[in-house]
Structures are given as structure tokens and as C-alpha cells.
Design a protein around this ligand. Sequence first.
Ligand code: SF4
Length: 142
Amino acid sequence: MSNVTRLPGPISELWDWQRLGSCRGRDSAQFFHPDGERGASRGRREAAAKSVCGSCPVRAECAAHALAAREPYGVWGGFTEAERLRLLATGWEDLVDKRGCGRADVVRLERRLGIRPVAPTRTIPAQRPAATPIPPHNAAAR
Ligand code: SF4
């Protein structure tokens, strides 16, 4: 169960980040496991959720929230349940700026876990067609 006593009070600016999450409007089943999910299917679902988090503009706030609240379930801030448990055990508070709504240094948290940073989701631009070779200048006039 989440520990809400560690969270900031109900000041709207402190919670505004939630409106900007890349997961907003997505199926929550991508972020929270169904009963009995294990093994490879769990790994694939978590990897897909973490990929969304990788390009989320409020990942730092989300990760700070999840650790402070000890969110027990789901992928938050690019960290799985198991990863957050490891951070809670090994320490995380030194990597969270608690001013304002709180922002976590997610790259250093990932390094602490020894995991590869979550790569931001990138759109690969369509490849341009090869340029047509330009004939030598005034070749026809020679
Ligand atoms: S970091 Fe992930 S879980 Fe958190 S708001 Fe962004 S997309 Fe959602």
C-alpha cells in the first residue's frame, strides 16, 4: 500500500506534473501487471512501459513521487516494482531534490541499480531519397 504520509499536501502545483505524463490516456494495463503475470510476458510489458517513461517530460517528478510514496505496484518514473524495492533498500533520498514537487536524478538512480539508462523513445525520420548526382558544371558546354 502507498504511504501517503510522506507526500506533499494537496497543493495543486505539486501535483500538476501528473497531467503531463506520457502515460496519460494510455491503457494502465501496460504499467500495472495483471494477476499472475510472470516471466517473459512481464518483462516485455515492463520494458514497453519503461520505454514510454524514457521520453516522458515528468519522469523525474514521477520517480520521486513513487519512491516517496513507496508505490508498491506498477512502473513509475521508468522503474519497475522490483527496481524500486532495490532502491528503497539501498537508498535513494540523496538523489532526489525535495524542493517543489521533488525531482529524482533518474540517471544516477539507474546507475545505482546497475541498469542501463532507459533510452528515450525516438522517432526515426524517414530516409531521404538519394540525391541525384549533379553533372559537372558546364560539362555540356565543353
Ligand atoms: S514517468 Fe512513466 S509512469 Fe510516470 S508519468 Fe511519465 S510515462 Fe507515466
